[in-house]
Design a protein around this ligand. Structure first.
Ligand code: ADP
Length: 485
Protein backbone atom coordinates (compact mmCIF):
# COMPACT_ATOMS: atom_id res chain seq x y z
CA UNK A 1 0.00 0.00 0.00
CA UNK A 2 1.41 3.41 -0.88
CA UNK A 3 1.36 6.03 1.77
CA UNK A 4 -1.10 8.81 0.98
CA UNK A 5 -0.06 12.09 2.55
CA UNK A 6 -1.60 15.55 2.39
CA UNK A 7 1.94 16.85 1.90
CA UNK A 8 4.01 14.19 0.07
CA UNK A 9 7.15 16.32 0.39
CA UNK A 10 7.38 15.16 4.03
CA UNK A 11 8.50 11.75 2.81
CA UNK A 12 12.20 12.38 2.19
CA UNK A 13 14.58 9.99 0.45
CA UNK A 14 17.68 12.10 1.07
CA UNK A 15 19.49 13.14 4.22
CA UNK A 16 19.49 16.64 5.63
CA UNK A 17 23.18 17.51 5.91
CA UNK A 18 24.27 21.04 6.68
CA UNK A 19 21.14 22.55 5.19
CA UNK A 20 21.18 20.49 2.00
CA UNK A 21 19.34 17.34 0.96
CA UNK A 22 21.94 14.81 -0.07
CA UNK A 23 22.43 11.24 -1.25
CA UNK A 24 25.14 8.98 0.16
CA UNK A 25 28.59 9.54 -1.35
CA UNK A 26 28.56 5.98 -2.68
CA UNK A 27 24.93 6.20 -3.87
CA UNK A 28 23.82 3.32 -1.64
CA UNK A 29 20.39 3.25 0.02
CA UNK A 30 18.61 1.44 2.86
CA UNK A 31 15.06 0.24 2.34
CA UNK A 32 12.49 0.99 4.99
CA UNK A 33 9.76 -1.62 5.41
CA UNK A 34 6.41 -1.74 7.17
CA UNK A 35 6.58 -4.37 9.94
CA UNK A 36 2.85 -5.08 9.61
CA UNK A 37 3.03 -6.40 6.06
CA UNK A 38 6.63 -6.30 4.86
CA UNK A 39 5.92 -3.73 2.15
CA UNK A 40 8.55 -1.13 1.27
CA UNK A 41 7.65 2.31 2.58
CA UNK A 42 10.61 4.19 1.17
CA UNK A 43 14.37 4.33 1.09
CA UNK A 44 17.04 6.54 2.63
CA UNK A 45 20.75 7.07 1.94
CA UNK A 46 23.19 4.59 3.44
CA UNK A 47 25.75 7.07 4.68
CA UNK A 48 28.90 6.46 6.67
CA UNK A 49 31.79 8.25 8.37
CA UNK A 50 32.59 10.66 5.53
CA UNK A 51 29.17 12.28 5.39
CA UNK A 52 29.07 12.36 9.18
CA UNK A 53 32.37 14.22 9.31
CA UNK A 54 31.01 16.82 6.88
CA UNK A 55 27.86 17.30 8.96
CA UNK A 56 29.95 17.75 12.10
CA UNK A 57 32.28 20.27 10.48
CA UNK A 58 29.30 22.29 9.33
CA UNK A 59 27.69 22.01 12.76
CA UNK A 60 30.93 23.43 14.14
CA UNK A 61 30.80 26.36 11.71
CA UNK A 62 27.13 27.07 12.41
CA UNK A 63 27.72 27.15 16.15
CA UNK A 64 28.97 30.71 16.55
CA UNK A 65 25.98 32.28 14.78
CA UNK A 66 23.40 30.11 16.53
CA UNK A 67 24.73 30.55 20.05
CA UNK A 68 25.03 34.30 19.50
CA UNK A 69 21.27 34.64 19.06
CA UNK A 70 19.31 35.46 22.17
CA UNK A 71 17.25 32.72 23.77
CA UNK A 72 14.18 34.66 22.70
CA UNK A 73 15.30 34.64 19.05
CA UNK A 74 15.91 30.89 19.11
CA UNK A 75 12.54 30.46 20.81
CA UNK A 76 10.76 32.11 17.86
CA UNK A 77 12.21 29.52 15.47
CA UNK A 78 11.45 26.61 17.80
CA UNK A 79 7.87 27.85 18.20
CA UNK A 80 7.50 27.87 14.44
CA UNK A 81 8.85 24.30 14.27
CA UNK A 82 6.36 23.26 16.96
CA UNK A 83 3.48 24.84 15.02
CA UNK A 84 4.52 23.04 11.82
CA UNK A 85 4.78 19.70 13.64
CA UNK A 86 1.23 20.10 14.93
CA UNK A 87 -0.12 21.32 11.57
CA UNK A 88 1.34 18.19 9.96
CA UNK A 89 0.41 15.81 12.78
CA UNK A 90 -1.67 13.49 10.58
CA UNK A 91 1.00 13.06 7.92
CA UNK A 92 3.79 12.61 10.44
CA UNK A 93 1.71 10.00 12.27
CA UNK A 94 1.01 8.13 9.03
CA UNK A 95 4.73 8.01 8.18
CA UNK A 96 5.42 6.71 11.67
CA UNK A 97 2.77 3.99 11.59
CA UNK A 98 3.98 2.88 8.17
CA UNK A 99 7.59 2.39 9.25
CA UNK A 100 7.17 1.55 12.93
CA UNK A 101 3.84 -0.29 13.13
CA UNK A 102 2.24 1.43 16.13
CA UNK A 103 -1.50 2.16 16.00
CA UNK A 104 -2.25 5.44 14.24
CA UNK A 105 -3.84 6.94 17.35
CA UNK A 106 -0.65 6.25 19.30
CA UNK A 107 1.43 7.70 16.47
CA UNK A 108 -0.64 10.89 16.56
CA UNK A 109 -0.18 10.99 20.30
CA UNK A 110 3.55 10.63 19.85
CA UNK A 111 3.71 13.51 17.37
CA UNK A 112 1.95 15.79 19.87
CA UNK A 113 4.27 14.52 22.61
CA UNK A 114 7.32 15.03 20.37
CA UNK A 115 6.20 18.54 19.46
CA UNK A 116 5.67 19.38 23.13
CA UNK A 117 9.44 19.12 23.73
CA UNK A 118 10.10 21.68 21.02
CA UNK A 119 7.50 24.01 22.51
CA UNK A 120 8.72 23.49 26.07
CA UNK A 121 12.42 23.96 25.40
CA UNK A 122 11.76 26.95 23.16
CA UNK A 123 10.11 28.54 26.17
CA UNK A 124 12.93 27.43 28.47
CA UNK A 125 15.48 29.02 26.10
CA UNK A 126 14.48 32.34 27.69
CA UNK A 127 15.24 31.09 31.19
CA UNK A 128 18.91 30.14 31.15
CA UNK A 129 19.73 31.91 34.38
CA UNK A 130 23.20 32.33 35.78
CA UNK A 131 24.13 33.10 39.35
CA UNK A 132 26.06 35.49 41.56
CA UNK A 133 27.93 34.09 44.54
CA UNK A 134 28.99 36.18 47.55
CA UNK A 135 32.79 36.23 47.49
CA UNK A 136 34.81 35.27 50.58
CA UNK A 137 36.83 38.52 50.42
CA UNK A 138 35.88 42.13 49.64
CA UNK A 139 38.17 42.44 46.62
CA UNK A 140 36.36 39.94 44.41
CA UNK A 141 33.07 39.36 42.66
CA UNK A 142 31.95 35.90 41.55
CA UNK A 143 29.56 35.33 38.68
CA UNK A 144 28.36 32.08 37.09
CA UNK A 145 27.34 31.86 33.43
CA UNK A 146 25.65 29.00 31.62
CA UNK A 147 26.73 28.52 28.04
CA UNK A 148 25.91 25.99 25.31
CA UNK A 149 28.14 22.91 25.32
CA UNK A 150 28.77 23.16 21.59
CA UNK A 151 28.30 20.58 18.86
CA UNK A 152 26.16 17.68 20.06
CA UNK A 153 25.40 14.27 18.58
CA UNK A 154 22.28 12.17 19.09
CA UNK A 155 21.71 8.48 18.42
CA UNK A 156 18.06 7.50 18.69
CA UNK A 157 15.95 4.31 18.68
CA UNK A 158 12.98 3.10 16.62
CA UNK A 159 10.35 2.76 19.37
CA UNK A 160 9.60 6.50 19.52
CA UNK A 161 10.88 7.66 16.14
CA UNK A 162 9.90 11.31 16.66
CA UNK A 163 9.86 11.99 20.39
CA UNK A 164 13.31 10.55 21.12
CA UNK A 165 14.69 13.05 18.61
CA UNK A 166 12.82 16.16 19.78
CA UNK A 167 13.73 15.44 23.41
CA UNK A 168 17.34 15.89 22.40
CA UNK A 169 17.15 18.40 19.56
CA UNK A 170 14.72 20.62 21.50
CA UNK A 171 16.99 21.33 24.48
CA UNK A 172 20.15 21.31 22.33
CA UNK A 173 18.88 23.98 19.95
CA UNK A 174 17.23 25.97 22.74
CA UNK A 175 20.52 26.10 24.65
CA UNK A 176 22.40 27.33 21.58
CA UNK A 177 24.05 24.02 20.66
CA UNK A 178 24.06 22.52 17.16
CA UNK A 179 23.24 18.85 16.61
CA UNK A 180 23.81 15.92 14.27
CA UNK A 181 21.28 13.10 14.61
CA UNK A 182 21.65 9.45 13.67
CA UNK A 183 18.17 7.86 13.80
CA UNK A 184 17.52 4.12 13.97
CA UNK A 185 17.63 2.44 10.58
CA UNK A 186 14.15 0.96 11.07
CA UNK A 187 12.56 4.42 11.37
CA UNK A 188 14.59 7.06 9.49
CA UNK A 189 11.61 8.51 7.59
CA UNK A 190 10.07 10.05 10.70
CA UNK A 191 13.40 11.65 11.55
CA UNK A 192 13.83 13.14 8.08
CA UNK A 193 10.25 14.44 8.07
CA UNK A 194 11.04 16.34 11.28
CA UNK A 195 14.00 17.89 9.46
CA UNK A 196 11.85 18.95 6.50
CA UNK A 197 9.78 20.95 8.97
CA UNK A 198 12.80 22.25 10.89
CA UNK A 199 14.14 23.66 7.64
CA UNK A 200 10.76 25.26 6.88
CA UNK A 201 10.70 26.75 10.37
CA UNK A 202 13.94 28.57 9.64
CA UNK A 203 16.49 26.53 11.57
CA UNK A 204 19.71 27.89 10.02
CA UNK A 205 21.94 25.83 7.78
CA UNK A 206 24.19 23.43 9.69
CA UNK A 207 22.43 23.83 13.04
CA UNK A 208 20.61 20.51 12.62
CA UNK A 209 21.63 17.57 10.43
CA UNK A 210 20.33 14.03 10.15
CA UNK A 211 22.50 11.18 8.84
CA UNK A 212 21.02 7.77 8.05
CA UNK A 213 22.97 4.59 7.44
CA UNK A 214 25.49 2.35 9.14
CA UNK A 215 25.21 2.64 12.93
CA UNK A 216 28.74 1.49 13.60
CA UNK A 217 30.36 3.85 11.05
CA UNK A 218 28.27 6.91 11.86
CA UNK A 219 28.42 6.16 15.58
CA UNK A 220 32.18 5.69 15.37
CA UNK A 221 32.61 9.15 13.87
CA UNK A 222 30.17 10.82 16.27
CA UNK A 223 31.93 9.36 19.30
CA UNK A 224 35.53 9.95 18.13
CA UNK A 225 35.38 13.34 16.39
CA UNK A 226 36.77 15.95 18.78
CA UNK A 227 34.33 18.58 17.46
CA UNK A 228 31.53 16.74 19.26
CA UNK A 229 31.35 17.85 22.90
CA UNK A 230 28.35 15.81 23.92
CA UNK A 231 26.56 12.62 22.90
CA UNK A 232 22.98 11.89 23.83
CA UNK A 233 21.83 8.31 23.29
CA UNK A 234 18.59 6.45 23.80
CA UNK A 235 18.75 2.70 23.30
CA UNK A 236 19.97 -0.47 24.91
CA UNK A 237 22.28 -0.59 27.93
CA UNK A 238 24.61 -2.81 25.93
CA UNK A 239 25.15 -0.26 23.15
CA UNK A 240 25.10 2.62 25.63
CA UNK A 241 28.12 1.16 27.41
CA UNK A 242 29.97 0.82 24.11
CA UNK A 243 29.24 4.45 23.23
CA UNK A 244 30.29 5.70 26.67
CA UNK A 245 33.57 3.85 26.34
CA UNK A 246 34.10 5.33 22.86
CA UNK A 247 33.35 8.83 24.17
CA UNK A 248 35.88 8.46 26.96
CA UNK A 249 38.82 9.00 24.59
CA UNK A 250 37.78 12.62 23.97
CA UNK A 251 36.03 13.11 27.35
CA UNK A 252 32.65 13.97 25.85
CA UNK A 253 29.69 14.57 28.07
CA UNK A 254 27.03 11.93 27.68
CA UNK A 255 23.33 11.60 28.37
CA UNK A 256 22.25 7.99 28.35
CA UNK A 257 18.64 6.81 28.35
CA UNK A 258 19.13 3.06 28.48
CA UNK A 259 17.17 -0.07 29.24
CA UNK A 260 14.74 -0.63 32.07
CA UNK A 261 13.23 -3.50 33.99
CA UNK A 262 10.22 -1.75 35.47
CA UNK A 263 8.46 -3.41 38.39
CA UNK A 264 4.71 -2.87 38.66
CA UNK A 265 3.69 -3.56 42.25
CA UNK A 266 0.07 -4.04 43.28
CA UNK A 267 -0.60 -3.96 47.04
CA UNK A 268 -3.66 -5.55 48.65
CA UNK A 269 -5.36 -2.21 49.25
CA UNK A 270 -5.07 -1.06 45.62
CA UNK A 271 -8.10 -0.04 43.60
CA UNK A 272 -8.36 -3.14 41.39
CA UNK A 273 -9.86 -1.48 38.30
CA UNK A 274 -7.39 1.41 38.44
CA UNK A 275 -4.48 -1.03 38.81
CA UNK A 276 -5.62 -3.07 35.80
CA UNK A 277 -6.12 0.06 33.74
CA UNK A 278 -2.65 1.33 34.69
CA UNK A 279 -1.15 -2.09 34.02
CA UNK A 280 -2.59 -2.19 30.51
CA UNK A 281 -1.48 1.36 29.75
CA UNK A 282 2.02 0.84 31.03
CA UNK A 283 2.55 -2.68 29.67
CA UNK A 284 0.86 -2.79 26.27
CA UNK A 285 1.42 0.69 24.84
CA UNK A 286 3.45 0.42 21.61
CA UNK A 287 3.01 -3.38 21.88
CA UNK A 288 5.21 -3.34 24.97
CA UNK A 289 8.11 -1.68 23.18
CA UNK A 290 8.95 1.21 25.50
CA UNK A 291 11.80 1.48 27.97
CA UNK A 292 9.33 2.39 30.74
CA UNK A 293 6.95 -0.52 30.02
CA UNK A 294 6.10 -2.58 33.11
CA UNK A 295 8.42 -5.58 32.81
CA UNK A 296 7.57 -7.49 36.01
CA UNK A 297 4.28 -7.53 37.88
CA UNK A 298 4.60 -8.11 41.63
CA UNK A 299 1.16 -8.64 43.11
CA UNK A 300 0.32 -9.12 46.78
CA UNK A 301 -1.35 -12.30 47.98
CA UNK A 302 -4.74 -10.84 48.91
CA UNK A 303 -5.47 -9.25 45.52
CA UNK A 304 -3.44 -11.62 43.33
CA UNK A 305 -6.20 -13.88 41.98
CA UNK A 306 -8.59 -11.03 41.23
CA UNK A 307 -5.90 -8.92 39.54
CA UNK A 308 -4.62 -11.77 37.39
CA UNK A 309 -8.11 -12.77 36.29
CA UNK A 310 -9.20 -9.24 35.44
CA UNK A 311 -5.97 -8.41 33.59
CA UNK A 312 -6.29 -11.59 31.51
CA UNK A 313 -9.89 -10.67 30.61
CA UNK A 314 -8.94 -7.19 29.42
CA UNK A 315 -5.79 -8.29 27.58
CA UNK A 316 -7.57 -11.22 25.90
CA UNK A 317 -9.97 -8.72 24.30
CA UNK A 318 -7.34 -6.34 22.85
CA UNK A 319 -7.61 -6.03 19.05
CA UNK A 320 -4.38 -6.86 17.21
CA UNK A 321 -3.75 -5.62 13.68
CA UNK A 322 -2.24 -3.23 11.22
CA UNK A 323 -1.82 0.15 12.90
CA UNK A 324 -3.83 1.83 10.15
CA UNK A 325 -6.98 -0.12 11.09
CA UNK A 326 -9.21 1.97 13.31
CA UNK A 327 -9.71 -0.39 16.25
CA UNK A 328 -6.14 -1.71 16.51
CA UNK A 329 -4.65 -1.51 19.98
CA UNK A 330 -1.67 -3.81 19.43
CA UNK A 331 0.42 -3.51 16.27
CA UNK A 332 3.32 -5.69 15.12
CA UNK A 333 6.68 -5.85 16.86
CA UNK A 334 9.47 -4.00 15.07
CA UNK A 335 11.05 -7.07 13.45
CA UNK A 336 11.55 -10.83 13.54
CA UNK A 337 14.45 -10.56 15.94
CA UNK A 338 12.13 -8.90 18.45
CA UNK A 339 9.59 -11.73 18.07
CA UNK A 340 12.27 -14.38 18.51
CA UNK A 341 13.40 -12.70 21.74
CA UNK A 342 9.85 -12.64 23.13
CA UNK A 343 9.37 -16.30 22.18
CA UNK A 344 12.55 -17.24 23.99
CA UNK A 345 11.57 -15.36 27.15
CA UNK A 346 8.06 -16.82 27.24
CA UNK A 347 9.29 -20.33 26.67
CA UNK A 348 11.83 -20.01 29.50
CA UNK A 349 9.15 -18.65 31.86
CA UNK A 350 6.77 -21.49 30.99
CA UNK A 351 9.47 -24.12 31.46
CA UNK A 352 10.08 -22.76 34.95
CA UNK A 353 6.41 -23.07 35.87
CA UNK A 354 4.77 -19.90 34.53
CA UNK A 355 1.14 -20.36 33.44
CA UNK A 356 -0.13 -18.89 30.16
CA UNK A 357 -3.52 -17.26 30.80
CA UNK A 358 -3.92 -15.62 27.41
CA UNK A 359 -1.72 -15.47 24.30
CA UNK A 360 1.72 -17.05 24.53
CA UNK A 361 2.34 -17.40 20.81
CA UNK A 362 2.91 -15.60 17.55
CA UNK A 363 -0.27 -14.12 16.16
CA UNK A 364 -2.11 -15.65 13.20
CA UNK A 365 -1.54 -12.40 11.27
CA UNK A 366 2.05 -13.55 10.71
CA UNK A 367 4.89 -11.08 10.01
CA UNK A 368 6.09 -9.78 13.36
CA UNK A 369 2.77 -9.92 15.21
CA UNK A 370 2.73 -11.49 18.67
CA UNK A 371 -0.37 -12.17 20.76
CA UNK A 372 -0.98 -9.97 23.80
CA UNK A 373 -0.01 -12.32 26.59
CA UNK A 374 -0.46 -12.73 30.34
CA UNK A 375 1.71 -15.19 32.29
CA UNK A 376 0.93 -15.93 35.95
CA UNK A 377 3.08 -17.53 38.68
CA UNK A 378 6.35 -16.66 36.95
CA UNK A 379 9.30 -17.34 39.27
CA UNK A 380 11.63 -14.34 39.80
CA UNK A 381 14.66 -16.32 38.54
CA UNK A 382 13.15 -16.46 35.04
CA UNK A 383 14.88 -14.61 32.21
CA UNK A 384 11.69 -12.64 31.62
CA UNK A 385 12.06 -11.09 35.08
CA UNK A 386 15.61 -10.00 34.41
CA UNK A 387 15.69 -8.89 30.79
CA UNK A 388 13.79 -6.19 28.96
CA UNK A 389 10.91 -7.96 27.18
CA UNK A 390 10.01 -5.27 24.62
CA UNK A 391 6.86 -7.17 23.69
CA UNK A 392 3.21 -7.45 24.76
CA UNK A 393 3.79 -9.91 27.58
CA UNK A 394 2.89 -9.40 31.25
CA UNK A 395 4.57 -11.77 33.68
CA UNK A 396 3.22 -11.88 37.19
CA UNK A 397 4.63 -13.04 40.53
CA UNK A 398 2.91 -13.29 43.92
CA UNK A 399 4.48 -11.68 47.01
CA UNK A 400 3.56 -11.57 50.71
CA UNK A 401 5.07 -8.52 52.41
CA UNK A 402 5.99 -4.94 51.55
CA UNK A 403 9.66 -5.59 52.21
CA UNK A 404 9.61 -8.61 49.86
CA UNK A 405 8.17 -6.39 47.14
CA UNK A 406 10.82 -3.69 47.62
CA UNK A 407 13.64 -6.23 47.68
CA UNK A 408 12.42 -7.91 44.49
CA UNK A 409 11.78 -4.59 42.77
CA UNK A 410 15.32 -3.34 43.45
CA UNK A 411 17.00 -6.64 42.62
CA UNK A 412 18.14 -5.59 39.13
CA UNK A 413 20.94 -3.57 37.57
CA UNK A 414 18.31 -1.32 35.95
CA UNK A 415 16.65 1.74 37.49
CA UNK A 416 14.48 3.63 35.03
CA UNK A 417 10.73 3.48 35.84
CA UNK A 418 8.79 1.71 38.60
CA UNK A 419 5.07 1.67 39.35
CA UNK A 420 2.96 0.79 42.33
CA UNK A 421 -0.69 0.78 43.30
CA UNK A 422 -1.94 1.09 46.86
CA UNK A 423 -3.82 3.52 49.08
CA UNK A 424 -2.07 3.57 52.44
CA UNK A 425 -0.38 6.97 52.56
CA UNK A 426 2.47 5.96 54.87
CA UNK A 427 3.27 3.00 52.70
CA UNK A 428 3.15 5.16 49.59
CA UNK A 429 5.92 7.33 51.04
CA UNK A 430 7.97 4.36 52.30
CA UNK A 431 7.85 2.54 48.99
CA UNK A 432 8.35 5.65 46.84
CA UNK A 433 11.51 6.48 48.78
CA UNK A 434 12.84 2.94 48.83
CA UNK A 435 12.55 2.22 45.10
CA UNK A 436 15.91 2.67 43.32
CA UNK A 437 14.44 4.21 40.19
CA UNK A 438 14.56 7.56 38.40
CA UNK A 439 10.79 7.63 37.81
CA UNK A 440 8.02 6.25 40.04
CA UNK A 441 4.39 6.04 38.93
CA UNK A 442 2.11 5.90 41.99
CA UNK A 443 -1.44 4.85 41.14
CA UNK A 444 -0.58 5.95 37.61
CA UNK A 445 0.63 3.93 34.63
CA UNK A 446 1.56 6.72 32.19
CA UNK A 447 4.35 8.93 33.45
CA UNK A 448 5.72 10.64 30.33
CA UNK A 449 5.30 14.41 29.96
CA UNK A 450 7.64 17.12 28.73
CA UNK A 451 7.30 19.07 32.00
CA UNK A 452 8.84 16.31 34.20
CA UNK A 453 12.40 14.95 34.31
CA UNK A 454 12.71 11.62 32.52
CA UNK A 455 15.75 9.45 33.19
CA UNK A 456 17.19 6.53 35.07
CA UNK A 457 19.68 5.51 37.73
CA UNK A 458 22.07 2.53 37.93
CA UNK A 459 22.61 0.94 34.49
CA UNK A 460 19.56 2.69 33.07
CA UNK A 461 21.70 5.71 32.36
CA UNK A 462 22.46 9.28 33.30
CA UNK A 463 21.05 12.71 32.56
CA UNK A 464 17.44 13.88 32.46
CA UNK A 465 15.26 14.78 29.50
CA UNK A 466 12.36 17.23 29.70
CA UNK A 467 11.45 19.65 32.51
CA UNK A 468 13.41 22.61 33.83
CA UNK A 469 16.30 20.20 34.47
CA UNK A 470 16.52 19.04 30.85
CA UNK A 471 18.29 22.12 29.55
CA UNK A 472 21.21 21.61 31.96
CA UNK A 473 22.25 18.54 29.97
CA UNK A 474 23.17 20.93 27.11
CA UNK A 475 24.80 23.70 29.17
CA UNK A 476 28.23 24.20 30.65
CA UNK A 477 28.81 26.19 33.80
CA UNK A 478 31.46 28.91 33.62
CA UNK A 479 32.72 30.66 36.75
CA UNK A 480 34.00 34.23 36.41
CA UNK A 481 36.20 35.47 39.22
CA UNK A 482 36.62 39.27 39.04
CA UNK A 483 39.20 41.12 41.09
CA UNK A 484 38.18 44.67 41.94
CA UNK A 485 39.89 47.54 43.68
P1 ADP B 1 17.47 -1.42 20.00
O1 ADP B 1 17.73 -2.77 20.54
O2 ADP B 1 16.37 -0.68 20.63
O3 ADP B 1 17.50 -1.32 18.49
P2 ADP B 1 20.14 -0.42 20.10
O4 ADP B 1 20.84 0.03 21.32
O5 ADP B 1 20.63 -1.63 19.39
O6 ADP B 1 18.64 -0.55 20.55
O7 ADP B 1 20.07 0.73 19.05
C1 ADP B 1 19.63 2.03 19.35
C2 ADP B 1 20.32 2.97 18.40
O8 ADP B 1 21.71 2.80 18.47
C3 ADP B 1 19.95 2.77 16.94
O9 ADP B 1 19.89 4.04 16.33
C4 ADP B 1 21.09 1.99 16.40
O10 ADP B 1 21.25 2.21 15.01
C5 ADP B 1 22.24 2.57 17.18
N1 ADP B 1 23.40 1.69 17.30
C6 ADP B 1 23.41 0.35 17.42
N2 ADP B 1 24.66 -0.12 17.49
C7 ADP B 1 25.48 0.94 17.43
C8 ADP B 1 26.91 1.13 17.46
N3 ADP B 1 27.75 0.11 17.57
N4 ADP B 1 27.39 2.38 17.36
C9 ADP B 1 26.56 3.43 17.26
N5 ADP B 1 25.22 3.32 17.23
C10 ADP B 1 24.69 2.10 17.31
Amino acid sequence: ATLRLKDPSLLADKCFVAGEWRDANNGEVLEVTNPADGTVVGSVPRMGAGETRLALEEAGKALSGWRALSGKQRAVILRKWFDLLMENQDDLAAIMTAEQGKPLAEAKGEIAYAASYIEWFGEEAKRVYGDTIPAPTADRRIVVLKQPIGVCAAITPWNFPAAMITRKAGPALAAGCTMVIKPASQTPLSALALCVLAERAGVPKGVLSCITGSAAEIGGELTSNPVVRKLSFTGSTEIGKVLMAQCAATVKRTSMELGGNAPFIVFDDADLEAAVKGAVASKYRNAGQTCVCANRFLVQNGIYDRFVQRLAEVVGAMPVGNGFEADTQIGPLIDQKAVAKVEELVSDAVQRGGRVLVGGERHALGHSFYQPTVLADVPPGSQIFNEEIFGPVASIFRFETESDAIRLANDTQFGLAAYFYGRDISRIWRVAEALEYGIVGINEGIISTEVAPFGGVKESGNGREGSKYGLDDYLEIKYLCMGIE
